[in-house]
Design a protein around this ligand. Sequence first.
Ligand code: UGA
Length: 437
Amino acid sequence: MRLTVIGTGYVGAVHAACMADIGHQVLGVDIDPARIAALTAGRTPFYEPGLAGMIKRTVDAGRLRFTTSTAEAARFATTHFVCVGTPPRPGSDAADLRHVEAAVTGLAAHLPAGPDGTVLVGKSTVPVGTAQRLADRLGTAADVAWNPEFLREGRAVQDTTRPERIVAGVPTARAEARLREVYAPLTAVGTPFIVTDPTTAELVKLASNSFLATKVSFINAMAEICDATGADVLTLAEAMGADPRIGPGSLNPGLGFGGSCLPKDIRAFAARAEELGLGESVAFLRQIDEINTRQRRRTAELAERLVGGSFAGRRVAVLGASFKPGSDDVRDSPALAVAEAVRVRGAQVRVHDPEAADNARAAHPALQFAPDVTKTCDRADVVLHLTEWPQYRELDPAALARVVRTPVIVDARHTLDPKAWRAAGWHLCAPGRPRLG
Ligand code: UGA
């Protein structure tokens, strides 16, 4: 089957490669010539396990090509996936649909006037009602379907080739048949295929991300209660998660959620609901957001208390800069927000990250970076473990105790072994686990 993928950012690059990998002929389209040249040469502009190899393999096999020409895309196929970004509008929480509009208008200009079986499939996360608006605009030129993506950074290839479900929001039988054909290799091995209308499909994505964010903020709110009462949030989360109605996923307490999706999606969803006069229905999302940003503030304040009440003349070592391990993405990274807050309050901050240091340096030029953990922790008054890279679990606490000025560490992600660190002479604090402190 021939299809195009318009937009070769995170979602688009992964979708294009995975669709080629399952056997389709795919043309990836982007307005950025540098990006197209890089992808053609098998280079991905971000770190994602398995993706570069998959692109190279499918390009070499002749199933994946890239272009900057929308006219070529319109000639190449009658199935087009729109995978462009929907960042927040400047100065607002609402989603900016400029890229979606540009992609659709650009393609529409090259479509034949009458119906030719074109199906436009949106994958971008958009405000409810967007598909309908685009359909009204395109008229008979194309069916507009919505097929949200649910991939997680760091597991994007796996999430796309072996998804938990495929949601096909289709306006016509033709669009449904087309999406069934696209995903036949996945449904053949048992992936559930949920057919609905485009509006419901748009909402599935927003509701799912809102629910995940709610779980994370819920357990972090419980961590605050634990801190005040002496209870232990890790045991609490484990016991709650054992109930299959609750489940253990997204119930890890810590510094909260960041990245390019959850924070922006819940804000855009709340803004859209307010626009529809339904702000009250999802008012809790504003609180979820507030609980989330509060964790960053609380961690910075905890660090300040631990160095004696003032950061003046203090050195703070930060372990982790990406918004989560397994990714070099620093967008809305909780770790960097804390590092920056601590720096602004007067500390000298040094940051380490195994993959995201370059991106972090570009986004936060005032922070200092060190190439390894030892240099990062050199003469530190407090160490903040903020992104749970697996290699930090393997650190030797005794060796690190000899490097720092004061052996005090905040394990904001709960992945260090408190016994081992305390045995090596460290004072280890973990939010929501007051009895450790
Ligand atoms: C998220 C969703 O998980 C995907 O299903 C969705 O497709 C994607 O957004 C998207 O909209 O494109 P992602 O941002 O890659 O994916 O990351 P998650 O693994 O969900 O983590 C999000 C943030 O929450 C991270 O900062 C992570 O550290 C934090 N988190 C996650 C917790 O603090 N606790 C948890 O238990 C889980």
